[in-house]
Design a binder for this molecule. Sequence first.
Ligand SMILES: *[C@@H]1O[C@H](CO)[C@@H](O)[C@H](O)[C@H]1NC(C)=O
Ligand SMILES: *[C@@H]1O[C@H](CO)[C@@H](O)[C@H](O)[C@H]1NC(C)=O
Length: 133
Amino acid sequence: MVSLARIIAVLLAVLVMSNIASSVPNTNIRSVLCNSGIFTKGDPFTISLAYVLDDLENFTTSQKGYDYYNISPYPNAFSYGHARCNSTLITADCTTCLRASKQALFSSCPSRIGARSVLYDCSMRYEQYPFAE
Ligand SMILES: *[C@@H]1O[C@H](CO)[C@@H](O)[C@H](O)[C@H]1NC(C)=O
Ligand SMILES: *[C@@H]1O[C@H](CO)[C@@H](O)[C@H](O)[C@H]1NC(C)=O
């Protein structure tokens, strides 16, 4: 019979190894670029931008290669977005990185009509015009 202590030791070893194996996304910032143009509080772009960034955060992880372009659905003001993760990341790490990327946009480029944040393992960009990069 295998002793309880032995089982616990094996379980601990598995835990430690899975911690080592699980990756950590590199969310350090490479660069953040802000358009100098500003939108005002009541601008319908506010809603379009919120949608686009949420949508990028929600759905980039289910795209092939974690590469996703989108557009807001509201006709009053369009926002175009793009997000990408390092394709070697696991889904949860891509989500973590995109969250950091979005946070960088909000904190470095408040109320800007366009912005891009490039982190080591992911990037996020939005504009008021269609773009490809
Ligand atoms: C993104 O996911 C959150 C949480 O599930 C949800 O509340 C929000 O409506 C979603 N947004 C978009 C644009 O899909
Ligand atoms: C993705 O992550 C891997 C593992 O950390 C790294 O070797 C690779 O250079 C990264 N790729 C890009 C495009 O940054």
